[in-house]
Write a protein that binds this ligand. Structure first.
Ligand SMILES: NC(=O)c1ccc[n+]([C@@H]2O[C@H](COP(=O)([O-])OP(=O)(O)OC[C@H]3O[C@@H](n4cnc5c(N)ncnc54)[C@H](OP(=O)(O)O)[C@@H]3O)[C@@H](O)[C@H]2O)c1
Length: 245
C-alpha cells in the first residue's frame, strides 16, 4: 500500500502552533503522509519553534482566528490548500447564567465563524482542482448535555451541522467533509486545565482511559487521505466509546 498518500498535497492545520496540542500531532501525521503542512497559530515565536520540531515541509502562519479579517488573510496567505483541518478552538466554561458575553462571542467567532470563512475561501480552490478534504474538530460534549459547557458544546454542534451541509454542497465536486469528535484527550493544555480530573472523565468511557493526541491525529489523517475516499458527512468519535453509552 502507498504510505505517502498526500505527496504533492498542501494541508492547513489551524491551532497547531504549539507542540503539546492535538494540532501538532495532526501536522505530524499529515507530514508522514507526505503533505506539505501549513500550521496556524497566535504566537510567531512558538509557531516557528513548532515548525522546527516538525522538521522540513512546514510553514507557520500567524492568525488570531477570533478576528474575521485575520481569517481571510490566513486563507490568502495559505494559497492553494488540498486538506483543511479546522482544529483551533476557543473555550469558555461557565454555568449559563454566569456566561460572560465577550467569551460567548470569542467562542463562536473562533469555533464557528473562522472554520466557516476558511472553508468558504479555500473550498472553491479544491473544487477547481478536482477534490480535497476538510476535517472539523468537534467534541463528544457536542452530543451530550453537560452542565457548564453550554457555549463550547453549542459551537461544536454548529460545526458538526456545517460538516453535513458542506458534505452536501461540495461532495458533488469531489471534496469530502467530515468531523472528528474527541473525548477527553491528554493534550498539554487539557492536562494543565483539568489536572487529575481528566483521568476520572476518562474512566467514564467503556475503554476506561483518556485518549492520546496521536489517536485523534491518526483518525484525522485517515479522513484527509484518499483511502477514506467514500467517507463524507460523517462524525467519527475518538472517545473510548463514551458517546455510545
Ligand atoms: N483535548 C481534549 O480533551 C479535547 C476534547 C474534545 C475536543 N477537543 C478539540 O480538539 C481540538 C484541539 O484541542 P487541544 O486539546 O489540542 O487544545 P489546545 O492545545 O488548546 O489547542 C487549541 C488550539 O487552538 C488555538 N486557538 C485558540 N483560540 C484561537 C484563536 N482565537 N485564534 C487562533 N488559534 C486559537 C490555540 O492557540 P494557542 O496555543 O495560541 O492558545 C491552540 O493551538 C480543539 O478543537 C478542541 O475543541 C479537544
Amino acid at each position: 500500500m502507498d504510505t505517502m498518500e498526500l505527496e504533492g498535497r498542501v494541508a492547513l492545520v489551524t491551532g497547531a502552533g504549539a507542540t503539546g496540542g492535538i494540532g501538532f500531532e495532526i501536522a505530524r501525521a499529515l507530514r508522514r503522509e507526505g503533505a506539505r503542512v501549513l500550521i496556524s497559530g497566535r504566537d510567531a515565536e512558538r509557531g516557528e519553534a513548532t515548525c522546527r520540531a516538525l522538521g522540513g515541509g512546514t510553514r507557520f502562519l500567524l492568525a488570531n482566528l477570533a478576528d474575521v479579517g485575520q481569517v481571510r488573510r490566513l486563507a490568502e496567505e495559505a494559497g492553494e490548500v488540498d486538506v483543511l483541518v479546522n482544529n483551533a478552538a476557543g473555550i469558555s466554561f461557565w454555568p449559563t447564567a454566569e456566561q460572560p458575553l465577550d467569551e460567548y462571542e470569542m467562542v463562536f467567532a473562533t469555533n464557528v465563524r473562522a472554520p466557516y470563512f476558511l472553508t468558504s475561501a479555500l473550498a472553491p480552490g479544491m473544487v477547481a482542482r478536482g477534490g480535497g478534504s476538510i476535517v472539523n474538530l468537534s467534541t463528544v460534549a457536542a452530543g451530550l448535555g453537560t452542565p457548564g459547557v453550554s457555549v463550547y458544546a453549542a459551537s461544536k454542534a454548529a460545526l458538526e451541522s456545517l460538516t453535513r451541509t458542506w458534505a452536501a454542497e461540495y461532495g458533488p465536486h469531489g471534496v469530502r467533509v467530515n468531523t472528528v469528535a474527541p473525548g477527553p484527550i491528554e493534550s498539554e493544555k487539557v492536562l494543565i486545565l483539568m489536572g487529575e480530573t481528566i483521568e476520572e472523565v476518562g474512566r467514564e468511557s467503556p475503554l476506561g482511559r483518556v485518549g492520546r493526541t496521536a489517536e485523534v491525529a491518526e483518525t484525522v489523517a485517515f479522513l484527509a487521505c484518499p483511502r477514506a475516499g467514500y467517507v463524507s458527512g460523517a462524525c467519527i468519535p475518538v472517545d473510548g466509546g463514551r458517546s455510545a453509552v
